[in-house]
Design a protein around this ligand. Structure first.
Ligand code: GH3
Ligand code: MG
Ligand code: MG
Ligand code: MG
Length: 317
């Protein structure tokens, strides 16, 4: 029994320490009218090792949100100077959804309607002041965990499990946004569709698992050669990938795709003692402001079709 209880105590200490270590990477904004050293919320969050930013008014809070782009949770006092905590909550929600940022409102027990007012304005949770330390910690932890869960699910929903590139759904959601960014800054960008040549042969000759390995290898090569922070790579389906190349005109994009094609052709995949080589065909279309995103993909697909028809293992644009 003694040993068991000790184990349990150690487990809960380990859990608490892990929690606090995580908090050191999480930025929280506290918006109240107090000096930070007098703010109960600031003190409690700092004791839990959170990175705390303090704002003394609605405007100050909005400025801090614009300055620190990594704030995950905002704690808002109902009695915030300026137009008040409810108004700040509304303003935050105009710019940040509940998927981007959690908000916990708080107030004294003076007005029992404050809680509902906060929740209606878009707060994720509410607390009464003075805080009960244990409850404060639990609610903050829960808010932060909820956001982490949302991010995790978003990441899963936007990725292709086999190749660990983005999936088709994400490509068509994010692609048009990136294109708008490019066009607004008058940067050229290109839509690319890449398809593995005679891929069915790998499946038929060496089995489906080897086909999967070919897909994973091509995806890894693409990730290695294309800066994912800058450009967008996705698996459209089957053995077809789409790439959005930013800040490249049609000549640069075509040359770059030819390098990709060569590099993939140079890559050998080992199956038992045989070295398999993979070829790809690529279509490239330049994006301007006139057409819809789908139409540019369609244009790239038409060039891909030409590349296939004229012998494969080549780039058409
Ligand atoms: P082409 O050069 O004209 O592109 O010919 P292809 O054989 O590459 O194209 P086709 O469309 O005839 O065949 C694609 C095959 O890809 C058919 C399908 O069974 C297979 N496939 C689709 N998704 C997967 C997958 O996730 N894993 C594996 N191993 N095969 C897949
Ligand atoms: Mg096909
Ligand atoms: Mg193919
Ligand atoms: Mg195909």
């Amino acid at each position: 029994y003694v040993i068991k209880d000790n184990d349990r105590a150690i487990d809960s200490i380990v859990h608490a320490v892990r929690r606090v270590l995580q908090n050191r990477n999480i930025r929280v904004l506290v918006a109240d009218g107090l000096a930070p050293e007098e703010s109960e919320a600031v003190q409690m969050l700092q004791a839990q090792q959170f990175l705390v930013v303090h704002a003394g008014s609605v405007q100050d809070a909005m400025d801090k949100l614009a300055k620190y782009r990594d704030i995950e949770l905002v704690m808002v006092d109902h009695a915030l100077p300026g137009s008040g905590g409810i108004e700040l909550t509304r303003q935050i929600r105009r710019n940040f959804s509940a998927e981007d940022m959690r908000i916990i409102g708080y107030s004294t027990r003076e007005n029992p309607l404050n809680c509902a007012a906060f929740l209606k304005a878009g707060a994720s949770d509410f607390l009464y002041r003075p805080f009960i330390q244990e409850e404060f910690q639990c609610r903050v932890a829960q808010s932060v965990d909820t956001l982490a869960q949302i991010k995790k699910l978003q990441a899963i929903a936007s990725r292709d499990f086999l190749t660990d590139t983005f999936n088709r759904r994400y490509f068509f959601e994010r692609g048009p946004v990136l294109v708008q960014h490019c066009l607004a800054r008058q940067e050229p960008c290109c839509a690319v569709v890449l398809d593995i040549d005679h891929f069915k042969k790998f499946n038929d000759t060496y089995g489906h698992e080897t086909g999967d390995l070919v897909l994973k290898t091509v995806a890894r090569k693409l990730r290695q050669m294309i800066d994912g922070e800058m450009h967008l790579i996705a698996r459209l389906g089957g053995e077809e990938f789409a790439i959005l190349l930013r800040n490249m005109d049609i000549r640069e994009a075509t040359e770059y795709c030819d390098l990709l094609r060569e590099e993939i052709a140079r890559t050998n995949i080992l199956f038992e003692d045989e070295e398999l080589s993979v070829r790809v065909s690529i279509g490239v279309a330049v994006i301007s402001a006139e057409e819809t995103f789908d139409n540019y993909l369609h244009a790239a697909d038409q060039y891909l079709y030409m590349a296939k028809n004229s012998g494969r293992n080549r780039v058409f644009s």
